[in-house]
Design a binder for this molecule. Structure first.
Ligand code: MG
Length: 428
C-alpha cells in the first residue's frame, strides 16, 4: 500500500491514494530543508525570540532583509527587501543583525549528522540537502529512515527541518515546500502528477517571477494546465526552458544527487619568472587572485568556507596554511583573511618562487549569507562589477591594490577536473 503521508498536519488536505505496486526500478530521493534557518538559529540562541516576528539582516536603514520569520510574511515582508521597507510594513518585528559565522557553524552540525547517516548526499545550499536513499527501502523503509533522520537532526541541533520524499529531486523539493513549516511529506511512486496538478505553477522549481508572468499571460495558473499542454507549445513559448518546465510539471526529472565533498575546491597559483621578495607585489597578486576566484564563486553561485594560501620559496620548500571561515563569496571579507594567512605564512624572508590560493568546502549559495554586513549599495557594487566582468572579461575591474598584478597566473580549471563552475549545480 502506497500513499501520500502528511505527518502531524491537520491544516493540509490529506491525499487519499489507492494502492500501487512499485517495480523497484525508480529512485528514492530525499530533500531536507531547514525552516527559516537564520531565524531558527537566532531563536535557539535566545529563546525570548520564540514567538516574536523577526527580521534578520543589515540593521542600518540601508540594510537588506536576509531572512524573516513566518509571522512577518503576512505583512508582505520577504527576504531581499530593503530593511527600511520591512520595518515599515512590520513595525513590531525584532530586527537582528545576522552573523554568518554562527549560521555556518550550525549548518556544519546538520551536515555532520547527515553525513553520518546517509551514504550519498548533496549540500545544495547552507540549509538544504538532497540524499539518494535508493535501495535503502529493502532494509529500512525510506520514509521511516527519513523520519528518524529528521527527528535526530531536530533533537541534536534544536533546529526545525522539513523534508519531502519522492522519486526525484524536483518533486521532493516541491513536497518539502508543501510540508513546511516543520513537517514532512512523501509522494508515492506514480503519484507525482496528481500531487503537482492542483498547485500553482509558481511552485515549480525554476519558474521565477518573469517566467511566471509569461505563463500567467498565457492564461496558465495551475500545474495541471501545463500538464495538459503539448510539450511543443511550451517549447515554442519559452524555448528550451519550456521543455524543462513541462517535464517538471509532469513530475519528471533525472538530475542526479551530486555527492558533497569538503575537498571540492577552486584554486589558482603563479610561478614567477624571477623569484621575488617584494612583499607589496606579492600582496597585490594575492588580492587580484582573491578577487578573481571570488568572482568565479559568485558566477557559479557558490560560497566557500575554507581558504588556503601556498608559498614556495626559492629553495623549493613549499608551505601552505588554511583556515575555516564563515560561508562567503565576498571580496571584502576574503581579502583581509587571505592577507592574514599570508602574513603568518611568509616568515622566512627568502625569495619566493610561487604563490597560490585555494577556496574549498564549497556549497551552492549567493550573496544572501553576506547580507548582514552589506548594504544595498555594497550588493549593487558587486553586481555591477560582476556585470562588467561578464561582458568585458575577468580583469577589466580590479581593486586598486590588486592593479599592480598584471597577470595573476593562468586560471586552473576552477574545479580541479570538475565541470566548469558555471555548469555545476545550476539553479533549479
Ligand atoms: Mg531553508
Amino acid at each position: 500500500m502506497y500513499k501520500i503521508i502528511w505527518n502531524k498536519s491537520k491544516k493540509k488536505e490529506i491525499f487519499h491514494i489507492l494502492a500501487i505496486y512499485s517495480d523497484g526500478m525508480h529512485k528514492t530521493i530525499l530533500h531536507l530543508d531547514l525552516d527559516t534557518f537564520f531565524v531558527s538559529v537566532e531563536r535557539l540562541i535566545n529563546s525570548e525570540l520564540r514567538l516574536k516576528p523577526i527580521l534578520v539582516g543589515g540593521t542600518s536603514d540601508r540594510g537588506v532583509v536576509a531572512a524573516c520569520s513566518y509571522e512577518t510574511r503576512g505583512f508582505g515582508v520577504h527576504s531581499g527587501m530593503p530593511m527600511k521597507m520591512a520595518r515599515e510594513l512590520c513595525p513590531e518585528a525584532v530586527v537582528i543583525r545576522g552573523n554568518a559565522g554562527t549560521y555556518s557553524k550550525h549548518s556544519d552540525l546538520v551536515t555532520d549528522i547527515i553525513k553520518e547517516n546517509v551514504p550519498v548526499f548533496e549540500k545544495s545550499s547552507i540549509d538544504e540537502f538532497y540524499a539518494d536513499l535508493s535501495g535503502m527501502d529493502r532494509f529500512f523503509g525510506c520514509y521511516q529512515y527519513a523520519s528518524e533522520l529528521r527527528s535526530r537532526i531536530m533533537r541534536e541541533t534544536g533546529l526545525p527541518i522539513s523534508f519531502g520524499l519522492s522519486v526525484n529531486k524536483v518533486v521532493s523539493k516541491v513536497a518539502t515546500n508543501e510540508a513546511k513549516p516543520n513537517n514532512q511529506l512523501k509522494v508515492d511512486f506514480g503519484y507525482e502528477k496528481p500531487f503537482l496538478a492542483p498547485l500553482s505553477i509558481k511552485k515549480i522549481p525554476m519558474v521565477g517571477d518573469k517566467t511566471y508572468q509569461t505563463l500567467r499571460n498565457l492564461g496558465l495558473k495551475k500545474v495541471k494546465t501545463v500538464q495538459d499542454m503539448p510539450v511543443d507549445v511550451m517549447q515554442r513559448v519559452l524555448g528550451a526552458n519550456g521543455r524543462v518546465i513541462w517535464k517538471r510539471a509532469n513530475g519528471m526529472d533525472e538530475t542526479p544527487v551530486i555527492p558533497f565533498s569538503d575537498r571540492k575546491s577552486i584554486s589558482t597559483e603563479r610561478t614567477f619568472d624571477r623569484d621575488t621578495i617584494d612583499v607589496v607585489k606579492l600582496k597585490g597578486i594575492l588580492i587580484a587572485m582573491t578577487e578573481n576566484l571570488a568572482y568565479q564563486l559568485r558566477r557559479g553561485e557558490k560560497l566557500t568556507a575554507c581558504i588556503a594560501v601556498k608559498i614556495r620559496y626559492s629553495d623549493f620548500n613549499t608551505y601552505s596554511k588554511q583556515m575555516r571561515i564563515p560561508y562567503t563569496s565576498a571580496d571584502h571579507i576574503l581579502i583581509p583573511r587571505i592577507l592574514d594567512l599570508f602574513r603568518t605564512l611568509y616568515n622566512r624572508r627568502l625569495l619566493v618562487r610561487l604563490i597560490g590560493i585555494r577556496f574549498s568546502h564549497l556549497v551552492p549559495g549567493n550573496y544572501q549569507i553576506n547580507l548582514f554586513e552589506d548594504t544595498e549599495e555594497a550588493l549593487n557594487l558587486y553586481a555591477a562589477m560582476d556585470h562588467i566582468r561578464q561582458r568585458f572579461g575577468d580583469k577589466k575591474v580590479l581593486r586598486a591594490s590588486g592593479m599592480g598584478a598584471k597577470t595573476i597566473g593562468r586560471m586552473q580549471n576552477p574545479f580541479n577536473g570538475q565541470p566548469p563552475i558555471v555548469l555545476a549545480h545550476r539553479k533549479q
